[in-house]
Design a protein around this ligand. Structure first.
Ligand SMILES: Cc1ncc(COP(=O)(O)O)c(C=O)c1O
Length: 470
């Protein structure tokens, strides 16, 4: 059926009361619109909300309907909704559509839910951060950086040339273009803001990293979860998810947070073949660079024109360096640079020089290699000890273990009562399951791993109401 025939069937299907409500809502927006652009439409909706013509919770019609009624293109309406979602005026509610946000309501997001706990804990393994004692010393790097330096212009190349050289030489594939940004979260935010529009469809791993899910929700995109197995994202499930066009597929190639899964090279090849047959971009978040025991792996080796690869230095060199590098197609990286020029401009070259020193200094490199071995030891001891107690946790790399539990709430309370904090699985879940796990940042536990395993296994096996009387 042609689009216009389709539209007219839809219109006749609407009941008269619905049609009147739609017309009223559109006219509230229309008479506040100064110009027929995305910005004009976004401003008109904002005014309608401020003047209470639109109320928190009001549902907006689908983008196509708004576009048709206002004689705009769907792209213009989608861009306007994107601006409004970023400003917090609109929220997407999955199948329930787009609603006017309640600005008074708390917006905690998954990130906070994953990390928040009430009790004072003697051993907080909920955080996902590296062990400070395993970060390389900064003394020599700081001593080597004696001046702050001044760029010739605020439009200078934002990447320190000697750092760019080290990055290109160590990148898993020849990168078309590179940028240095303020951490992997900054990289993901910039890629989402430059490459995705409100209403776009994106594929993520299930489970996934809560702050990424929060960013995608704030951008107003539809998130489709695809499960993982021991080798990475499941190819058949990805094929199914891509039956309907998606704009991006987000992956963590190594030491997946929370599961610890590292993608195998053959799985990377299979996923590249599936995604290569579509127009979607791949966004890889290699957050465990330096401390991952498995080899660097990227779909960029066969799909460099479609791949954004993000490398964070937080786990290996320290989260407070706030540095990550990203590679991608020239036009995408160019957009990222232009967007940054309006904000922070660039990531401090002083910090880039510190990072360059750390990446090239033999002693710092040896310290990171030692940290990698120590994280692998801690993870293995805990996973083996849990298995010996009947709790089978998967994954093979990184600082986290994704522990299956009989009942999430019981496990959290039980561990908290023993002074141990872990992150609830719920905020990581994209599909229905996932609430039956907790994430344990075992990378923070240097000794007494057997005792910690005892506590975790007991909590994991305790089930809800039945367990309380025991
Ligand atoms: C998967 C993943 N992505 C991104 C980040 C944040 O990295 P950064 O400190 O570089 O922003 C983390 C930190 O835990 C992570 O686990």
């Amino acid at each position: 059926m042609s689009q216009s025939a389709d539209d007219s069937v839809q219109r006749t299907r609407q009941r008269p009361a619905q049609r009147t409500a739609l017309r009223e809502l559109i006219s509230e927006i229309e008479h506040r619109m100064a110009d027929p652009t995305a910005k004009g439409l976004a401003l008109a909706v904002s005014r309608a909300v401020r003047e209470q013509a639109l109320q928190p919770g009001d549902r907006l019609p689908p983008i196509r309907e708004v576009a048709r009624e206002l004689a705009l293109s769907p792209t213009t309406v989608s861009s306007a909704w994107g601006l409004l979602a970023r400003a917090g005026t609109l929220r997407t509610k999955g199948r329930r559509g787009t609603v006017v946000a309640d600005l008074g309501a708390p917006r905690d997001g998954r990130y906070r839910q994953a990390l928040e706990h009430q009790a004072e804990l003697s051993l907080d393994l909920s955080t996902g951060v590296p062990d400070e004692a395993l970060l390389p010393g900064l003394g020599r790097a700081l001593a080597a950086v004696t001046t702050a330096g001044t760029p010739r212009s605020y439009l200078d190349d934002p990447v320190l040339p000697e750092l760019a050289e080290v990055l290109v030489d160590s990148w898993p594939y020849p990168p078309p273009a590179i940028a240095v940004v303020d951490g992997a979260m900054d990289a993901l935010d910039l890629v989402i803001r430059t490459s995705l529009r409100f209403g776009d469809r994106v594929v993520v791993e299930h489970p996934s990293f809560p702050p990424l899910l929060d960013l995608l929700e704030a951008a107003g995109v539809q998130v489709v979860g695809v499960p993982l197995d021991d080798e990475g994202m499941v190819p058949d499930a990805l094929t199914g998810a891509l039956d309907t066009a998606a704009q991006a597929v987000f992956l963590q190639p190594r030491a997946h947070n929370p599961t610890g899964v590292s993608m195998t090279p053959s799985r990377a090849g299979a996923l590249a073949r599936i995604i290569g047959a579509t127009d979607a971009i791949v966004v890889e978040d290699d957050s465990a660079y330096g401390i991952a025991s498995t080899a660097d792996v990227s779909l960029g080796t066969s799909l460099s024109g479609q791949t954004v690869h993000v490398r964070s230095f937080s786990k290996s060199y320290g989260p407070d360096l706030r540095l990550a590098a990203l590679s991608g197609p020239e036009d995408l990286v160019g957009e990222v640079r232009r967007l940054r020029q309006l904000g922070q401009g660039w990531s401090s070259r002083l910090l880039q020089r510190v990072l360059h020193h750390l990446l090239t200094d033999a002693q710092s490199r040896a310290e990171v290699v030692a940290a990698r071995a120590e994280y692998a030891r801690r993870r293995k001891v805990l996973v083996d000890a849990l298995a010996a107690r009947g709790v089978i946790a998967g994954g093979r790399d990184g600082i986290n273990v994704w522990v299956p539990v009989a009942d999430q709430a019981t496990a959290l309370v039980r561990l908290a009562s023993r002074g141990i904090g872990v992150a609830p699985g719920g905020p990581f879940a994209v599909l229905a399951d996932g609430h039956d796990h907790v994430r344990v940042t075992v990378g923070l536990v240097e000794r007494d791993l057997e005792t910690v395993a005892d506590e975790i296994a007991t909590a994991a096996l305790a089930s809800g109401w039945g367990a309380r009387g025991r």
